[in-house]
Design a protein around this ligand. Structure first.
Ligand SMILES: Cc1cc2nc3c(=O)[nH]c(=O)nc-3n(C[C@H](O)[C@H](O)[C@H](O)COP(=O)(O)OP(=O)(O)OC[C@H]3O[C@@H](n4cnc5c(N)ncnc54)[C@H](O)[C@@H]3O)c2cc1C
Length: 396
């Protein structure tokens, strides 16, 4: 019946897909390169009915509501600390905002009864034929799966192995983003969302949610051409960030001092993945691997929606994976690209040049423009999804 599935990546899209496939009777294995579930990352948000409906159908919406941050109003200040722009919680926080680490933890726990997880593991080689996908793992283990799904993010390993090198699919958008947690000894922004300083091409923010007053989150964005560095070398990444923000005032030196101790640094280029076809034979992509945009492109909501649709189509196709992959992509591609567009603007929005900075602050200080942008944002994330009702009914 073609029901043995390997998923690469245990962040957001991977566990969401594992849950749905497992519930639909597939035999699911998830491999994650990190030795344990990765914590870290700032807040991620869901907005609009489609996101909320899928979360509700998954049975995680109430739990997410319990851990939600309550949204993150942002105050942009200059180097003297003077406020230049205030954005309401809804702007960045959507309908429900949670810490990425909380979301990953909840999705993983939710999918555990339905999937086997192998941490510290990764696919080293894969080869497919009519009998399945023959996989050799980094650990030396081997196995044959009916399907392999890459849910391993913007720099997807499965995409590289089954579709070709990253350079073919990923476009650098001119910015980098970093996030890490720190003790809230600065007391900055507590209970008020985030406060961030702008100088041209740089944005450095700190904030706390409502969940844990002892812990704050730093979030930095800066403009830079593509940098060459090892994505697994955190010390090098910390040095890049420190260099990019050297000499900036406000709280930046104190925030940089906490970076040295950070053990949950998230650092990535703001980039966009465009893959002309999301499947190649028995291998398919979901989440950021297929259509990521790092930040601001609704990648988390799209990943959840795509996982739901991919699992639904694979179940409905009853063994015809080619038909399922075609329907999955037909349903989602235009939607994902529409959402992804937001990510093209994120860097320029958060860390513009000097003219852009004045324009942004002036424009968004106008409530009518701000409200129009909020309303438009909600429209982007809507899509008519099949209910896969017959599947739901058979699951009871
Ligand atoms: C630690 C972390 C922090 C993040 N912080 C933010 C944030 O602050 N704001 C924001 O908007 N987005 C953040 N993101 C990105 C956000 O999670 C995604 O854009 C979105 O949720 C889509 O998720 P995804 O599951 O498709 O990809 P990702 O969340 O990128 O997850 C990909 C997963 O695949 C794993 N992986 C990578 N290579 C391999 C391999 N060779 N073998 C097996 N597994 C592999 C990764 O370790 C990761 O767990 C973060 C992602 C991570 C991993």
């Amino acid at each position: 019946m073609g029901k043995k599935v390997l998923i690469s990546g245990a962040s957001i899209a991977g566990p969401a897909l594992a849950y749905w496939l497992g519930r639909h009777g597939f035999e699911v294995t998830v491999v994650e390169l990190a030795p344990h579930l990765r914590k870290g990352g700032q807040s991620v948000d869901f907005r609009g009915d489609t996101h909320l409906t899928v979360l509700e159908r998954m049975g995680v919406l109430d739990e997410l509501r319990r851990v939600q941050t309550g949204g993150s109003p942002i105050t942009f200040v200059d180097e003297t600390g003077r406020a230049r722009l205030r954005l309401p919680a809804e702007f960045a926080g959507g309908d429900i905002e949670v810490l990425r680490g909380d979301l990953a933890r909840i999705l993983h726990a939710h999918s555990l009864p339905y999937a086997e997880y192998r941490f510290g593991e990764s696919v080293a080689e894969l080869r497919q034929d009519d009998a399945g996908v023959h996989v050799r793992f980094r650990s030396g283990a081997a196995g044959t799966f009916d399907l392999v799904i890459g849910a391993d993010g913007l720099h997807s390993n499965i995409r590289r192995l089954a579709f070709g090198p990253e350079e073919q699919y990923v476009t650098h958008l001119g910015y980098y983003a970093a996030a890490w947690s720190l003790p809230n000894h600065l007391g900055v922004g507590f209970g008020e969302g985030s406060v961030g300083v702008n100088v041209p091409g740089r944005f450095a923010a700190v904030g706390t949610g409502k969940q844990d007053p002892q812990t704050a989150g730093a979030f930095f964005v800066f403009a830079a051409d593509q940098l060459i560095y090892d994505r697994h070398d955190q010390e090098r990444q910390k040095a890049i960030i420190a260099e990019a923000f050297a000499g900036i005032g406000w709280q930046v030196p104190r925030l940089l001092a906490t970076l040295r101790e950070a053990d949950d640094l998230y650092f990535d280029s703001i980039s966009r993945a465009d893959v002309p076809s999301w499947s190649n034979g028995r291998v398919a992509l979901v989440g950021d691997a297929a259509c990521g945009a790092t930040i601001g492109g609704m990648g988390t909501g799209t990943g959840i929606v795509a996982a739901y649709a991919l699992a639904g189509e694979l179940t409905a196709a009853d063994g015809d994976h080619a038909a399922a992959f075609t329907r999955y992509e037909g349903l989602l591609r235009e939607y994902a690209q529409r959402c992804q567009k937001g990510g093209d603007r994120t860097g320029r929005f958060l860390a513009p040049g000097s003219f852009g900075l004045r324009m942004r602050n002036w424009t968004l200080s106008r409530p009518r423009i701000l409200n129009w942008m909020l309303a438009e944002g909600k429209k982007v994330t809507g899509i008519d999804l099949p209910e896969y009702r017959q599947l739901e009914a058979s699951l009871g």
